[in-house]
Write a protein that binds this ligand. Structure first.
Ligand code: NAP
Length: 251
């Protein structure tokens, strides 16, 4: 049975994940300047923890996974931190239904998978993602470490030490890979860096009905922002006990 989403507004009708993501208007996005529109999607427990036993899966449910897949199906690329790619064991991004839908609307079967890493952990190339035949992968790095795909179509973009920036990666995705919409699936270190550079346009934040405690990261990891960065709440949905919050950057 498909998950349903009840808007909290008095007029809110239940919608499916397709309609929920349609409301973001990703198809009409052009990005800002020479960079794609960037949507960040994260899940945390009610006490703010972004992982259970080192992975996000323990926080999720079918309703959350449906939203994430739908987001992936509607963007040109995803941007994921190398630690998340490894910890979450990234493999196929979409199921057959989504792939067929993308192909029918003239898009490549899968969004590009991009990552940024100064060090270039050798474990990256061992991921199943790098063995997917029709997966395009773009790696931004400062390292001269070699990395090879085992089936995927891999582009490695190397910068001189100290020159790698998120803004330059986003501009490269926009200019050289035709990326107009970009989904960042975290993790918290990458999200903090994106937020610090004012590169997050939308945040889809799922609140999972769990209390986790412990020392797992929250949505953003790293030094505190002084002052904190403001968000504007655009919409709220619920599906069973899960909350889905759509924020945009306060300008
Ligand atoms: N709840 C959720 O929705 C969710 C989502 C994603 C991940 N997670 C969890 O978060 C954890 C992993 O997150 P994480 O914060 O440790 O790692 P991460 O954000 O996935 O990756 C961190 C790495 O990204 C690279 N990086 C980040 N910003 C950079 C920049 N400005 N320039 C160059 N490289 C940059 C660095 O790699 P180098 O060190 O190689 O330079 C850095 O060590 C896992 O437990 C995962 O399960 C949860």
């Amino acid at each position: 049975m498909s998950p349903s989403y009840q808007a909290l507004a008095a007029v809110g009708a239940a919608v499916g994940a397709v309609e929920l993501i349609e409301q973001l208007g990703l198809g009409a996005s052009a990005g800002e300047g020479k960079r794609p529109r960037l949507v960040a999607a994260m899940i945390a427990s009610a006490d703010g923890r972004a992982a259970v036993d080192g992975r996000a899966g323990g926080l999720g449910a079918p309703a959350d996974r449906a939203v994430l897949r739908e987001l992936r199906a509607n963007v040109d690329a995803i941007l994921v931190g190398p630690t998340t790619l490894i910890d979450e064991r990234y493999s196929t991004l979409l199921d057959a239904d989504h792939r067929e839908r993308r192909i029918a609307s003239g898009l490549p079967a899968e969004p590009i998978a991009a990552t940024i890493s100064r060090r270039l952990d050798p474990q990256l190339a061992q991921l199943q993602l790098f063995a997917q035949q029709d997966q395009r992968i773009v790696v931004y790095t400062e390292s001269d470490q070699q990395i090879e795909a085992r089936g995927a179509e891999l582009t490695v973009s190397r910068s001189e030490p100290g020159k790698l920036t998120l803004a330059s990666c986003l501009e490269d995705l926009y200019s050289n890979h035709g990326v107009r919409t970009l989904l960042s699936e975290g993790g918290p270190t990458l999200l903090r860096a994106l937020a610090a550079d004012q590169l997050i346009d939308d945040l889809i934040f799922t609140v999972s009905p769990l209390l986790v405690a412990g020392s797992a990261p929250t949505l953003l990891s790293g030094e505190a922002f002084e002052p904190p960065l403001g968000l504007a709440l655009e919409n709220v949905w619920r599906s069973d006990d899960f909350l889905f919050l759509h924020y945009t950057r306060q300008r």
